[in-house]
Design a protein around this ligand. Structure first.
Ligand SMILES: [Zn+2]
Length: 289
């Protein structure tokens, strides 16, 4: 099944559901980032959460999620857009933590204390920025808390990354349920109850259900219509110009010391691992700018 996501809304417009399969995306990005098992599950959850939230964007809008806790992973970043193009990076890809009670210790790897930052470029003058404290550091609950407290839309998020015995990503996906204003508490309770009874998203995917099938199981007899179906893919929009700007941002002294090293400076994009080389002359030209 190719990675994609589906967004539905109940016919009265009060309930929204998004489901995604992200197996290949998580596999590809975690390979680029060279994550260990726990880091794969942590970054995979954030990538999937980013995709789900990205499904609520329109046109040229972009979204970035950054989780920064006091655990060994340091900082996890995910960026996405309305077209389902996703990239992600992790500061320290090796959590080096043993599983806890047969589960990967994502909360320990992220760190129990920290923040979730959300940036949205909605095409306005300044980007929208928000920050919430991490609740459980298991990612899904943290995203749900952000949506509920900061965006004021009661939300339930479920994220799953399942690894096989060789440590490879076997399945990854997620589910987002939102109660839209003015709200319908009774039916929200019903959906949340159903969500809790549902097997993990990854089990459903492995049973052969696709995102539309998972949403249909959840919404069941409730009337709904499909609003969007979006393919998901890895995409990094970095280019030489951006990297050049980043170098300029380092300041004259830092650039001069790079130029003094008498060899080309090598800059690696943290997301796609593309390498950019700048000769001594190019570095000097940047200083003179
Ligand atoms: Zn890149």
């Amino acid at each position: 099944m190719q990675d994609h996501m589906v967004r539905i809304v109940s016919s009265d417009g009060l309930l929204r559901g998004v489901a995604a399969v992200t197996t290949d995306l998580v596999k590809e990005i975690c390979q680029k980032q060279q994550t260990d098992l726990t880091a794969t599950v942590a970054l995979g959850r954030l990538l999937t959460g980013g995709a789900l939230l990205g499904c609520l964007l329109k046109g040229q809008q972009r979204l970035a999620l950054v989780v920064e806790g006091n655990g060994p992973l340091g900082k996890l970043s995910v960026e996405t857009d309305a077209d389902g193009r996703v990239r992600g990076s992790i500061r320290n890809p090796v959590a080096g933590l043993p599983p806890k009670a047969d589960r990967f210790d994502v909360a320990g790897a992220v760190g129990r204390a920290g923040f979730l930052h959300v940036w949205k470029d909605l095409g306005l003058k300044a980007p929208y920025q928000s920050m919430v404290q991490l609740q459980s550091s298991e990612i899904a609950e943290d995203l749900a808390w952000y949506l509920t407290s900061s965006e004021q839309i009661p939300s339930s998020v479920s994220l799953g990354v399942e690894l096989d015995s060789a440590g490879q990503v076997a399945a990854a996906g997620g589910l987002l349920i939102q109660a839209l204003p003015p709200g319908d508490e009774q039916r929200v309770d019903l959906l949340v109850e159903r969500l809790q009874q549902l097997p993990p998203v990854t089990s459903l995917l492995r049973q052969g259900l696709d995102p539309a099938g998972i949403l249909a199981q959840l919404f069941n007899e409730l009337d709904f219509r499909v609003q969007a179906e979006v393919p998901l893919s890895f995409y990094c929009p970095c280019d030489r110009q951006q990297i050049q700007q980043m170098l300029v941002g380092l300041g004259v002294a830092e650039l001069q010391s790079l130029a003094d090293e008498q060899q080309p400076a090598e800059v690696t994009c943290e997301y796609c691992r593309s390498q950019y080389h700048f000769s001594q002359q190019e570095l000097l030209a940047l200083i003179n700018k």
